[in-house]
Design a protein around this ligand. Structure first.
Ligand code: NAD
Length: 488
């Protein structure tokens, strides 16, 4: 059993209780981790608070060197961690190698951005004064991470938080804690307490982190329900919250789209990680002129994908993370079917795989916005397709959602692109390039998909307070002070 990482040392949980970790491809229990509680969180926040003063005082260049070392260690552990990620999370190994590469790149990016971080000198109101806008770390940051990209979404929070001079307590999902605990070695060269890892359930270990007044920022990625709950319980403390929540991303395929590219592009955007990506394509709008050919090809494509364990190099689509997540997908498909949708591929558990939380890549047509599959986050391997006649209509359909995380478009028509980027309500827009991330570009949601941005300069600013300094070198009495102003 792996232990938690607090104040630069391994630590068993205070309660002695443990959480089983299951391989979603086999349903086997592969390990146990400590079920952390409020006492463990308190110890981690004690350590992070004590480490903060020295960490923030370090020269930015010294912190940058240490973050580069984190990146180098992540790269060296790619194979070990990618395998662990597949075992606990189900994603195919090749996708987890990518996750490791992107995570290391994120630490390198923020190492350099942190080294170059700066405030501003602004015009002062008197010649004898200096006025500065200063960017300062908050203190202790709580980073709460979901199961679908455990290392990457940790990196998106921890790298900028550390680069800005904060210390961190991070809590991975109870479903995928093993890969995060294996990171202790990656952080070993940092001063004790700068990074702490607490495992546990949301209620027992996540909530005490949110409620501790010494934790000045909560950076959270997860479901809308948990995000709302966190916002409610943090309200009394007016705590700075950064929430990356669910999505219901639209993909518009215009009539000029090249189907050789659009079909695998849409399938990839919808089925990557078995559809369990916050920016998974969950609604497809295809122009009616190309819809019959598009649908025929995507059905054929989906039927040809191979389901299996992510450890098998032949696998295209791995299992879903757990039983209750698959039940939700089944409920959405059933709701659509009962209201008149046609299921042209998939729509069931694969017959040959009795163990593991697999679900066949599923293509649905004749769907509409009254169905759960077009309104709620499905988070599974589904491709529901609607057709449209005018581009305006496609834009309106894309915006007809309470979520606003990402949106995609295939076209080479510049007028459509302009309308798309001006009118679609989503934090990330992809044109002819579905679902790519760029460390330099901010990522985050509008509407119910959350607030704040990760990555880019905006991602560093989430972890920096702004201070305004007025400094008068002479310090004389001012003409406008009472009673001088009145007398003069
Ligand atoms: P979840 O909300 O169940 O859990 C996320 C994390 O919050 C876990 O670590 C969990 O233990 C913790 N948690 C649960 N209850 C808590 C509480 N009361 N207080 C504090 N912490 C608590 O989400 P999940 O099922 O792990 O992840 C899937 C969800 O994440 C999907 O909705 C998906 O869209 C979303 N997601 C969003 C993004 C994004 O960037 N917007 C990225 C990935 C995933």
């Amino acid at each position: 059993m792996r232990e938690m990482w607090i104040n630069g040392a391994s630590r068993a949980g205070a309660s002695g209780q443990t959480i089983p970790v299951q391989d979603p491809a086999t349903e086997e229990i592969i390990d146990h981790v400590p079920a952390g509680n409020a006492e463990d969180v308190r110890a981690a926040v004690d350590a992070a608070s004590a480490a903060f003063r020295e960490w923030r005082r370090l020269a930015a260049g010294e912190r940058a060197e240490m973050l580069h070392e984190v990146a180098a260690k992540l790269t060296a552990k790619t194979e070990e961690l990618a395998t662990l990620l597949t075992r606990e999370g189900g994603k195919p190994l090749v996708e987890n190698r990518d996750e490791m590469g992107w995570s290391a790149a994120c630490f390198r990016y923020y190492a350099e951005l942190g080294r170059n971080t700066r405030g501003r000198v602004i015009p002062s109101i008197e010649p004898s004064q200096l006025a500065l806008v200063l960017k300062e770390p908050y203190g202790v940051v709580g980073a709460i991470v979901p199961w679908n990209y455990p290392i990457l979404l940790m990196a998106w929070k921890v790298a900028p938080a550390l680069a800005a001079g904060n210390t961190v307590v991070t809590k991975p999902s109870e479903m995928t804690p093993l890969s995060t605990l294996a990171l202790a070695e990656v952080f070993e060269h940092l001063p004790p307490g700068v990074v702490n890892i607490v495992t546990g359930y949301g209620k027992e270990a996540g909530e005490p982190l949110v409620l501790d007044p010494r934790v000045r920022v909560i950076a959270f990625t997860g479901s809308l329900e948990t995000g709302r709950h966190i916002a409610r319980i943090a309200a009394d403390q007016i705590k700075k919250l950064h929430l990356e929540l669910g999505g219901k991303d639209a993909f518009i395929v215009a009539e000029d789209a090249d189907l050789e590219i659009a079909v695998p592009g849409v399938a990839w955007a919808a089925l990557l990680n078995a559809g369990q990506v916050c920016t998974s394509t969950e609604r497809v709008y295809v122009h009616e002129g190309i819809a019959p050919r598009f649908i025929e090809r995507i059905v054929e494509y989906a039927r040809g994908l191979r389901l299996g364990s992510g450890l098998n190099p032949e696998t295209d689509v791995g299992p879903m993370i757990g039983a209750q997540y698959r039940v939700k997908v089944e409920a959405h498909v059933e709701d659509a079917r009962s209201r008149g949708a046609r299921i042209l591929a998939g729509g069931q558990r694969p017959a040959g795989q009795p163990r593991g939380f697999f679900y066949e890549p599923t293509v649905l047509t004749d769907v509409d916005h009254s169905m759960r599959i077009m309104r709620e986050e499905t988070f599974g391997p589904t491709i529901p397709i609607m057709t449209y006649r005018h581009f305006d209509e496609a834009i309106q359909l894309a915006n007809d959602s309470p979520f606003g995380l990402g949106a995609n478009l295939y076209t080479h028509d510049a007028r459509k692109v302009k309308q798309f980027y001006e009118e679609v309500q989503a934090g990330t827009l992809w044109v002819n390039d579905p679902l790519t991330d760029n460390d330099a570009g901010p990522f985050g949601g509008m509407k119910l998909s959350g607030n704040g941005r990760e990555l880019g300069e905006e991602g560093l600013d989430e972890f920096r307070e702004t201070k305004h300094l007025h400094w008068d070198f002479e310090g004389g009495a001012k003409s406008w002070w009472y009673p001088y102003g009145r007398n003069g």
